[in-house]
Design a protein around this ligand. Structure first.
Ligand SMILES: NC(=O)c1ccc[n+]([C@@H]2O[C@H](COP(=O)([O-])OP(=O)(O)OC[C@H]3O[C@@H](n4cnc5c(N)ncnc54)[C@H](O)[C@@H]3O)[C@@H](O)[C@H]2O)c1
Length: 556
């Protein structure tokens, strides 16, 4: 069994780690010292000579070298991590799973005071304002540290060692939390094998007396049955409200039937609903929670990749009308969002591939590392290769895309910012939604439509000189590689153009187009209709990228 100590510089990881290792006859390994030994240089020297990025590469290699988790029941190794190693999702994936991660927490003022007295020079806190620097680090890293067991690291050392030792006696947890954050749009927990335990914890926090699950047949078989049985094992009385599977759940009539079921169960206003399913379940279940008794709390447990990276985050709930999708709805933020990346293992490849359309969108909004992960591992995810889950690639994609959405939505909860806010999430959706509508919401998955929509946005961006050619090429090449927006679509151009006119993203009658730039997106209203018509007919034909001037394209 291995124990991993994480925390800010000055939190006492080395002192506590050495004492604990000594107590158990275990070895102690300081990851930073390990890196210095292999590099033959000190960390400040590596930072000064090669920069932080080079140091992070060495750090990743040192984490990989730790090897797999040790199944022995006794404590055999205590690992003290460099303060920032756990910022990288893949490092956390390697460090936290099957081990006992412990966060030595302390107030930034105390830690800065300790660092001032330390003989080690710490590159990130030698700034003029050490308390401010430590506070900034604490804020930026809290969600990663919070995934570990929290122990107060600034009391007497023997007390800290005892507190950590009590966690050793519990052993590693069955599942692994990778990120935990209390946000303005609900508590977000991301991990693997955590669905039932994190749902139970959220129910306890909400002071619930029972678990009222809202699910649908597909998600029930894949996830909700197992979650229900674990909740029952923990002593929760479980009730279940079953909605229809797929888009047919998003009908007004579903809400009436489900609300009557809640009435029959005598659900009270303080009682939370637990929505377990993909976006087609979360949207109406959230609307049910928003409207039943004028609003009850709810917990989202997304089971599809689309839901984990997109629809479960942001509080947009609703149902469709014959006149259009999502026309009836409400903003209603969940109290908790429990994202268990294991749940998507059973999804059909087509669903996974389609969801990557939303992930490419999130990368295009400005996450270069997400681009890289999708370029390297996207195909494995799209073809449902188990290695994509085992390597931590799925967890990294989910965390990056989901957290980016959390940040955007938190900054602009009601989509009121003129640009730069929630509207940016509409990248690829103006044409994407229109394609779905023109197809009568049949045959084309949402993420597949977004794949075509992204190509349309790229081509419009290129023609209006908002999107530089190399950025356009990078996005389209990634879409090619993932097989998104490639096949011709047998849809009528004029129907698609008509549906664009019905898009909700209008101000004063003018359509707001979200278009890629070199590093993110911009909102543009002056897109000539003839250009849109040309681009739409191009993507419907499939395959060609005629509107990208080949001479200007440089691969990146
Ligand atoms: N609220 C938002 O912000 C938002 C954002 C994006 C999309 N959406 C909505 O989401 C919906 C699409 O959601 P979706 O793509 O998740 O589809 P979905 O919910 O219909 O799920 C797709 C299929 O997968 C099955 N399934 C669910 N979990 C599974 C699992 N773990 N293993 C195997 N099968 C499983 C379902 O039963 C269904 O048959 C659309 O209605 C769209 O409008 C909403």
């Amino acid at each position: 069994m291995y124990l991993v100590l994480v925390g800010l510089p000055g939190s006492g990881k080395s002192v506590v780690g050495r004492r604990l290792a000594h107590r158990h006859g275990a070895t102690f390994l300081d990851l930073d010292e390990q890196i210095e030994r292999s590099a033959g240089r000190t960390i400040p020297e590596i930072f000064a000579e090669d920069g932080e990025a080079a140091f992070r590469t060495l750090e990743r290699a040192a984490v990989v070298d730790l090897g797999p988790a040790d199944p022995a029941p006794t404590l055999r190794r205590v690992i003290s991590t460099g303060g920032g190693s756990i910022v990288d999702p893949r490092n956390r994936w390697l460090l936290y799973r099957g081990r006992i991660p412990v966060w030595l927490d302390g107030r930034p003022e105390v830690l800065a005071q300790r660092l001032r007295k330390s003989v080690h020079v710490r590159p990130l806190v030698t700034a003029r304002d050490p308390i401010g620097a430590v506070r900034d680090l604490a804020r930026a890293r809290e969600r990663f540290y919070s995934a570990a067991h929290r122990v107060n690291g600034v009391t007497e050392v023997p007390n800290v060692v005892d507190a950590v030792d009590r966690l050793v006696s519990l052993g590693p947890a069955a599942g692994t939390i990778l990120l935990r954050a209390v946000t303005a749009i609900g508590e977000v927990t991301i991990g693997t094998g955590i669905a039932a335990a994190a749902t139970s914890a959220a129910l306890r926090r909400l002071d619930a007396d029972r678990a009222i699950l809202v699910t649908e047949p597909g998600a029930r078989a894949a996830a909700a049955n197992a979650i229900a049985s674990q909740l029952r094992d923990e002593g929760w009385p479980v009730e279940e409200v079953l909605l229809p599977e797929g888009e047919s759940a998003k009908q007004v009539s579903t809400i009436e039937t489900a609300a009557r079921e809640l009435a029959r169960l005598r659900v009270e206003r303080r009682e939370p609903l637990v929505a377990i399913g993909g976006g087609a379940l979360g949207d109406p279940a959230g609307f049910l929670a928003a409207t039943y008794l004028r609003g009850v709390p709810w917990i989202q447990v997304p089971t599809t990749l689309v839901a984990q990276v997109d629809s479960a985050i942001g509080g947009k709930t609703g149902v469709d009308l014959p006149e259009g999708k999502n026309l009836l709805g409400a903003f209603h933020q969940p109290a908790a969002i429990v994202i268990d990346t294991d749940l998507t293992r059973t999804l059909p490849a087509r669903q996974l591939r389609a969801a990557l359309g939303e992930c490419v969108k999130m990368a295009a909004l400005g996450d270069e590392r997400l681009f890289g992960v999708l370029e390297d591992d996207g195909q494995a995810i799209a073809s449902a290769e188990p290695a994509a889950w085992e390597s931590g690639a799925v967890a990294e994609v989910v965390e990056r895309a989901a957290w980016a959405k959390v940040e955007i939505v938190t900054a602009d909860e009601r989509e009121t910012a003129a640009d730069g806010g929630r509207i940016t999430l509409n990248l690829g959706h103006t044409v994407g939604h229109a394609l779905e509508a023109a197809a009568g919401y049949e045959g084309l998955l949402h993420g597949e439509a977004v794949g075509y929509g992204l190509r349309a946005a790229v081509r419009i961006g290129l023609a209006t000189e908002m999107t530089p050619p190399d950025r356009a090429a990078r996005i389209e090449t990634l879409l090619d590689r993932l097989g998104l927006g490639v096949e011709p679509l047998a849809l009528d151009t004029s129907r698609v153009l008509g549906a664009i006119g019905f898009d909700k993203k209008h101000t004063g009658g003018r359509l707001r187009w979200v278009l890629p730039t070199a590093t993110g997106v911009t909102v543009h209203t002056d897109v000539p209709e003839a250009l849109v018509a040309d681009v739409v007919s191009g993507i419907l034909r499939g395959g060609d990228r005629a509107t990208i001037p080949a001479s200007e394209v440089t691969a990146s």
